[in-house]
Ligand binder design. Structure first.
Ligand code: GRG
Length: 300
């Protein structure tokens, strides 16, 4: 199966699970459930679920063990996009090719839809550890996954901390070490968590998890460099979001520091390193190698 077909299939599977894990739009309070569904089921590459599923497949994880994890990652990611788009943050009108959540439902509802998605993510993870079907090894793995996702999402060294550094850095010149640290937290933490939680869901050993974490960090940074490049080279139609936002907000970026070609070269080196890191897994890591290349070759 081509990578394209593989990603489409795993994305469709994720969307079907997401649909079932969210309250229906007709359930009260209708407007909240509609706003959650609008953002969560309204497109996106589903890269974090795909990374999580692909990693779990290396360890033959059961669908029922990995899909709640993949969905929780996408819920946290979508919450971060809704909040990032708010007027108080990046103030964006376009996301995933459609008006942003607050443009359609208003600011208050967008804040609450983001809050509800973030909370639902952890509810989904906890649900499988309770009840008559709970298995003790699954419960232990889920607790590790919850800890890992909490760290990546809300930890001051994770996404929220990265966003704070990002907001405070506007208009300032950052060197590459600070820019890397910002993006390792803001973007890299959740992408790395996708790989690590997929490995935990599959019952990987601690050594294998540590190896895969190194892969995730490299891919996370390469993703952000590619994103910075796309921000200056793409149109709104291609991206599905507003390009040129970084320059408009006077943000430090990789193309700003190195230029476009050197940024692409650095992203390629990071992907080469990621591919080398998973070499010990042999053919089992082929999807991870392909996804690493996709991250920098993508058009949106
Ligand atoms: C956490 C309070 C709080 C606010 C959110 C960290 C953060 C602030 C937002 C992160 C959102 C963001 C713009 C991160 C940069 C990484 C990035 C380019 C995300 C877009 O990810 P894609 O390309 O999006 O995977 P799709 O739409 O394909 O899912």
């Amino acid at each position: 199966m081509s990578l394209d077909a593989y990603m489409s299939e795993r994305a469709a599977r994720t969307e079907s699970w997401l649909d079932r894990l969210l309250p229906p739009s007709g359930e009260s309070p209708e407007v909240l459930h509609q706003a959650m569904r609008y953002s969560l089921l309204g497109g996106g590459k589903r890269l974090r679920p795909v990374l999580c599923i692909a990693t779990s497949e290396m360890f033959a994880a059961a669908e029922g063990d990995v899909m709640p994890v993949a969905c929780a990652l996408e819920m946290v990611h979508t919450y971060s996009l809704i909040h990032d788009d708010l007027p108080a943050m990046d103030n964006d009108d376009l996301r995933r090719g459609r008006p942003t959540c607050h443009k359609v439902y208003g600011e208050a509802m967008a804040i609450l839809a983001g809050d509800a998605l973030l909370t639902r993510a952890f509810g989904v993870l906890a649900e499988a550890t309770s009840g008559p079907d709970a298995r003790s090894n699954l419960s232990a793995r889920r607790l590790r996954i919850i800890e890992r996702l909490a760290m990546a999402a809300g930890g001051s060294r994770g996404m929220v901390g990265g966003q704070v550094i990002d907001l405070e850095s506007e208009g300032k010149a950052l060197d590459v070490e600070h820019l890397d640290a910002l993006h390792a937290a803001k973007t890299g933490a959740l992408l790395t968590a996708a790989v690590v939680t997929g490995a935990i869901a599959g019952g990987a050993s601690d050594d294998d998890i540590a190896t895969l974490e190194r892969y995730g960090r490299n891919v996370g940074l390469a993703f952000q460099i590619a994103d910075d490049v796309l921000d200056v080279t793409s149109t709104p139609e291609q991206l599905g979001k507003t390009p040129g936002k970084d320059a408009a907000a006077a943000k430090a970026t990789y193309p700003g520091l190195f230029g476009i070609e050197a940024s692409k070269t650095r992203a390629r080196h990071l992907v080469d390193d990621a591919i080398a890191v998973v070499e010990p897994f042999g053919a089992g890591a082929e999807r991870l190698r392909e996804i690493a290349c996709f991250v920098i070759d993508r058009r949106k």
